[in-house]
Design a protein around this ligand. Structure first.
Ligand code: AP5
Length: 221
């Protein structure tokens, strides 16, 4: 299965992608996580990306495309992937098609997690992320078993620097500017599947699995 998750910041892309990747036994590829890893390790890419990310802006397309091409060159993507955070604009959608075509691959479907703004703000203001394994939590909706500690790896949990309210508003503004062209692009290809991202995480997950099973009814999930 090759699935793309689209949606505004806080729609639950990362939350769903991690569970789906585990259930389908394919890698979760998050451009946000890959960029944050580069920033943390102070790589050349990380040094270039940091400022854009802290201001809530998109990192330039060519930098992200290079990073993604490198990731797709790894053998674990052969049997599928869950892609989260890419594409963010039409140029990236076309780049993704080119990267995949060169590998004789194509996306199976694109999930659009349509989510209202008040829900987004509530989720992002309470989000906690593990600084070791990048697992996601929420102070109220999905709290860790022990306060401030990751359930999976016991790493420390903290708030993302781009989850400050003014940065969230900037991220949302950019998202709104770009999303309709992406929706049109995938609708024309008959690949878009809409889900209300404001529902409980289990409901959203079951709907995505339902779409996957429609394409492949022998799927073991
Ligand atoms: P990125 O990390 O991709 O951020 P984003 O797209 O803004 O999305 P988020 O990670 O904020 O939200 P999410 O939808 O994954 O929600 P989550 O599951 O965490 O990108 C960060 C930055 O990197 C960008 O701003 C940009 O600078 C750069 N970048 C990345 N990709 C790029 C690209 N392609 N091109 C250029 N630049 C790029 O959930 C949020 C919270 O809600 C969590 O606390 C979670 O526990 C909770 N939650 C989730 N689902 C539910 C639910 N159903 N019910 C209740 N709570 C829920």
């Amino acid at each position: 299965m090759r699935i793309v998750l689209l949606g505004p910041p806080g729609a639950g892309k990362g939350t769903q992608a991690k569970i789906l990747a585990d259930r389908l036994q394919v890698p979760h590829i998050s451009t946000g996580d890959l960029l944050r890893e580069n920033v943390k390790n102070n790589t050349d890419l990380g040094k270039e990306a940091r400022d854009y990310m802290e201001r809530g802006l998109l990192v330039p397309d060519e930098l992200v495309a290079k990073m993604l091409t490198k990731r797709f060159a790894q053998s674990d993507t052969k049997n599928g992937f869950i892609l989260d955070g890419y594409p963010r604009n039409l140029n990236q959608a076309e780049t993704l098609d080119t990267i995949l075509q060169e590998k004789n691959m194509a996306i199976d479907f694109v999930v659009y997690l349509d989510t209202a703004e008040d829900i987004i703000i509530q989720r992002l203001s309470g989000r906690l992320v593990c600084s070791v394994c990048a697992a996601n939590y929420h102070i109220k909706n999905m709290p860790p078993k022990v306060k401030g500690v990751c359930d999976n790896c016991h790493g420390p949990l903290s708030q993302r620097t781009d989850d400050r309210e003014e940065t969230v508003r900037k991220r949302l503004q950019i998202y709104k500017k770009e999303v309709s062209s992406l929706i049109d692009y995938y609708e024309r290809q008959h690949r878009l599947r809409r889900i209300d991202g404001g529902q409980e995480a289990d409901i959203v997950l079951n709907k995505i699995i339902g779409f996957a099973k429609m394409l492949n009814d022998s799927l073991k999930v």
